[in-house]
Design a protein around this ligand. Structure first.
Ligand code: KPL
Length: 327
C-alpha cells in the first residue's frame, strides 16, 4: 500500500458502524446528500413522491454531474416510507411547506432512537418537525451546496460550501458527532456549531438575498453579481433580515453578512438557485419561509422591511401567474 493513503480510504478503514439513513425529499439536494452518503458505504434510502425519479434511480443508479465527468451512484429509492423499516437517521430535504406532512409520513421509519436532521432552507422547519416527533429528536443544520435536478435520476452538483449542524441547546453530543463523521466520510465538509440558531439565520440571509432575485430575473447565482443594481437590492433584503434577527436576539456572529452572501453567490456561481428551479418547473417556491417569513416577523416586531415585502409580492405574483397559465 502507498505510504500516503488517500484520506477517503483511510476514513473507510477506521470507520464506525454504518448509520441506516433515509433521505426524505430526494430533489436536487436530497439526492446529492443521499447519493454521496451511499457511495461512501452508508446504508441509504431516498424517499420521494416523484415515481419516475425513484424508478430511474432504482433502474440505473443516480447520475451526478458537475465534476470532471458524470458518476453513477447506486442508492436505493422508494415512494413508500413503510417499505424502509426503522432507521437511525432521517435527513429531511423536502420543501419547507411540506415539512409537517413529510415528517408525519416518515413515522413508519422511526424507532426509539431515530434522529431527524433538517438541512432545509427557510424558517419554521425545526418547529414543524418537533411538532410531529418531539424536539428531542431534531438536529438543525444548513448547507451551502448548490445542486440542480436535471431530470429523473440525474442531478448536477454545481457548487460546494460548508454544512453546519448542531444541537439546539449547543451541546456537542455523540449523535451530532456521528452525523458529522458520516457526512465528512461522504465528502461534505461539515462543522458542528454550538450556536446553530445563528447558523440557520446566516443561511436564511443567503437565501433571502440570492433566491428571489435569481427567480425573478432568471439568473444563475453568480450572474447576480454582474449587476450592481441587483447587488444593492440583495444588500437591502439582507440588511433588513439582519435587523429582524437582531431584534429577535439571534447571534449570527461577527463579520460582514452582506459580503458573506455575495461570497456564496460566487462559490455557487453556476448554480440555478432552488427558487429559480421551482419557478422554471412551475412549482410552488419557498418564498413564504424566506423573505415572507422576514416580513411576518418584522410585522410582529414593528419593523419596516420594504425590500423583503416587494420581493415577496413579486415572487408570489410570478408563482400565481405560472400556476394560472399551466391551468
Ligand atoms: O441554498 C441555496 C438555494 O439555491 O436554495 C443556495 C446556497 C443559494 C445555492 O443555490
Amino acid at each position: 500500500m502507498d505510504a500516503i493513503m488517500p484520506l477517503k480510504l483511510l476514513m473507510t478503514l477506521v470507520k464506525r458502524d454504518t448509520m441506516k439513513t433515509a433521505v426524505v425529499g430526494a430533489g436536487a439536494m436530497g439526492s446529492l446528500f443521499g447519493g454521496l452518503l451511499a457511495a461512501s458505504g452508508e446504508d441509504v434510502t431516498l424517499v420521494d413522491v416523484w415515481r419516475e425519479h425513484v424508478e430511474a434511480i432504482n433502474a440505473g443508479g443516480l447520475r451526478i454531474g458537475g465534476h470532471e465527468e458524470y458518476r453513477t451512484v447506486n442508492v436505493k429509492a422508494t415512494t413508500d416510507p413503510s417499505s424502509v423499516g426503522p432507521v437511525d437517521l432521517i435527513i429531511v430535504f423536502v420543501k419547507s411547506y411540506d415539512t409537517l406532512e413529510a415528517t408525519r409520513d416518515a413515522l413508519p421509519m422511526v424507532s426509539e432512537d431515530t434522529v431527524f436532521l433538517s438541512l432545509q432552507n427557510g424558517l419554521g422547519n425545526i418547529e414543524k418537525i418537533s411538532e410531529a416527533v418531539g424536539g428531542d429528536r431534531v438536529i438543525p443544520g444548513t448547507t451551502a451546496h448548490g445542486c440542480t435536478l436535471i431530470g429523473p435520476g440525474e442531478i448536477v452538483h454545481a457548487g460546494s460550501g460548508p454544512t453546519v449542524i448542531g444541537e439546539l441547546d449547543g451541546r456537542v453530543t455523540e449523535r451530532v458527532r456521528g452525523i458529522r463523521d458520516a457526512l465528512e466520510g461522504a465528502g461534505f465538509e461539515t462543522m458542528i456549531s454550538e450556536a446553530i440558531r445563528g447558523a440557520l439565520w446566516s443561511k436564511v440571509l443567503v437565501n433571502v438575498g440570492i433566491n428571489p432575485l435569481t427567480a425573478l430575473n432568471g439568473l444563475r447565482n453568480g450572474e447576480l453579481l454582474d449587476h450592481p443594481d441587483i447587488m444593492e437590492v440583495m444588500r437591502g433584503a439582507v440588511e433588513e433580515a439582519i435587523r429582524v434577527a437582531e431584534a429577535l436576539g439571534v447571534n449570527m456572529g461577527e463579520g460582514d453578512h452582506v459580503e458573506k452572501v455575495y461570497d456564496v453567490a460566487r462559490a455557487t456561481a453556476v448554480n440555478r438557485s432552488s427558487m429559480l428551479q421551482d419557478v422554471e418547473r412551475g412549482r410552488r417556491t419557498e418564498i413564504d419561509a424566506l423573505n415572507g417569513a422576514i416580513v411576518d416577523s418584522a410585522r410582529l416586531l414593528g419593523l419596516d422591511v420594504p425590500v423583503n415585502e416587494t420581493l415577496t409580492a413579486a415572487v408570489r405574483g410570478l408563482e400565481f401567474e405560472r400556476a394560472r397559465r399551466e391551468g
